[in-house]
Ligand binder design. Structure first.
Ligand SMILES: Cc1ncc(COP(=O)(O)O)c(C=O)c1O
Length: 394
């Protein structure tokens, strides 16, 4: 189907869904027909400014011409081949990603989802160190699989489902330097941390805490894993939050904006981690497929050549300078992973913004509205949000 454009006439009528999807998602009252640029088009003719991007995925908005072109060219040239076959596009994507990160994490393993990247990072850390404990941070979200869920804050009591975690886990409070010293020891295989926590409500853990984790991991020979599934790939206005904070971990996991809509993930490793890898240690059928790799290459290229890191920083500044209005009392997070702290329940504010044709998200914090805007938003879009917020009851 041809993507809708800003000038297209009313999209075709929406057909209600079948009864066959697993009933596990709470869904918003939206029936989307298509998307273009930073807008979604609904079946009933609304044009909605999307400041949420499908949980931080649509980082280039919709129908970016160069993204579409890369998709089409690769699909016509080679749709799929497995990792058993060397592919130039895979080599190029890995090189491009490692150079974009510029953190000395020069070995890349491609996967499909954020959880899978974390699962592999944790497995490597446990195996390399021969230890059985992972330290994670309160408020964290790392995914829904056995290992990623085990280090996700609150999962055990809510949805984890497995009878036991596959290793020992200790959670430490955010920003607590004493807890870093106490919790991370010579029994610790790795610390896994989101430098800017996403699901928690855009909580920037800050350079001092991350540097303390780095120092303690060095002292104890534990590995440091940054989960940049949500905050990486330019979302903070830097390639990764590691660059923003001047702290280089031993491994970074990333996904979401990595393919900007094409499902994929990556695990970036330092040389001393990669040195432990042997044939068959990691594997996947779909990860590193040519379609994903063509899109990863295109996404890095677009971010760099269109100056999108600078745009993220500028729009983020405007957001912080102008959007503390109406029900918003402060703004937290980094770049375009922003949390609008609200006086009233965030769900109420999110609902009212949607009534004004602006889509935002909520978070685990009931008083934080999450903004995960595409990197291509302009000043007028921030102004649109500001005006809508100003029109809401405080
Ligand atoms: C920081 C972080 N890590 C991991 C994940 C899991 O990614 P996926 O849903 O692709 O498995 C998410 C998803 O929201 C995330 O925000």
């Amino acid at each position: 189907m041809r993507p809708a454009t800003e000038s297209s006439s009313a999209p075709p009528a929406w057909t209600p869904p079948s009864d066959h999807l697993a009933p596990v998602y709470t869904q918003w009252p939206l029936t989307i027909a298509g998307g273009s640029g930073v807008y979604l088009h609904t079946h009933d003719g609304r044009r909605i400014l999307d400041l949420y991007g499908g949980h931080a995925v649509a980082a280039l908005g919709y129908s970016h011409p160069r993204w579409l072109d890369a998709l089409e060219r690769q699909a016509k040239s080679l749709l799929f081949q497995s990792n058993a076959v060397p592919l130039e596009v895979r080599e190029r994507a890995a090189t491009r990603l490692a150079r974009f990160a510029d953190l000395g994490l020069d070995t890349v393993f491609f996967g499909n989802t954020g959880a899978e990247a974390n699962e592999n990072a944790l497995k490597l850390a446990l195996r390399i160190t021969g230890r059985r404990k992972i330290v994670a941070v309160e408020g964290s979200f790392h995914g829904r699989t056995a290992a990623a869920g085990a280090v996700t804050w609150g999962a055990a009591s809510k949805w984890y489902g497995f009878p036991q975690a596959p290793f020992d886990v200790e959670f430490i409070p955010r920003g607590d330097l004493d807890a870093v010293a106490r919790g991370v020891g010579t029994d610790t295989a790795a610390v896994i941390v989101e430098p800017v926590q996403g699901v928690a409500g855009a909580v920037d853990l800050g350079a001092a805490f991350l540097a303390a984790l780095r120092a303690r991991c060095d002292e104890t020979c534990a590995l440091l894993i940054f989960d940049e599934v949500q905050c990486g790939m330019g979302r903070t206005g830097f390639p990764f939050a590691a660059n923003m904070n001047g702290v280089a971990p031993d491994m970074i996991t990333t996904a979401k904006a990595l393919g900007a809509g094409f499902p994929c993930s990556a695990l970036l490793m330092a040389g001393h981690v990669a040195a432990h890898l042997a044939k068959d240690d990691l594997g996947t059928t779909f990860g590193g497929g040519p379609m994903a790799c063509a899109l990863i290459e295109a996404v890095v290229d677009i971010i760099e050549s269109e100056g999108l890191l600078a745009n993220v920083r500028q729009r983020s500044l405007e957001l912080r300078e102008t959007c503390v209005v109406g029900p918003v009392v402060s703004i937290q997070g980094a770049g375009l992973l922003a949390g609008l702290r609200t006086r009233r329940p965030a769900r109420e504010v999110q609902h009212e913004l949607l009534e004004r044709d602006i889509l935002t998200g909520t978070s685990a914090d009931p008083y934080v509205v999450r903004v995960l805007a595409p990197y291509v938003i302009e000043e007028r879009h921030v102004a649109q949000l500001r005006n809508a917020l100003a029109s809401l009851p405080a």
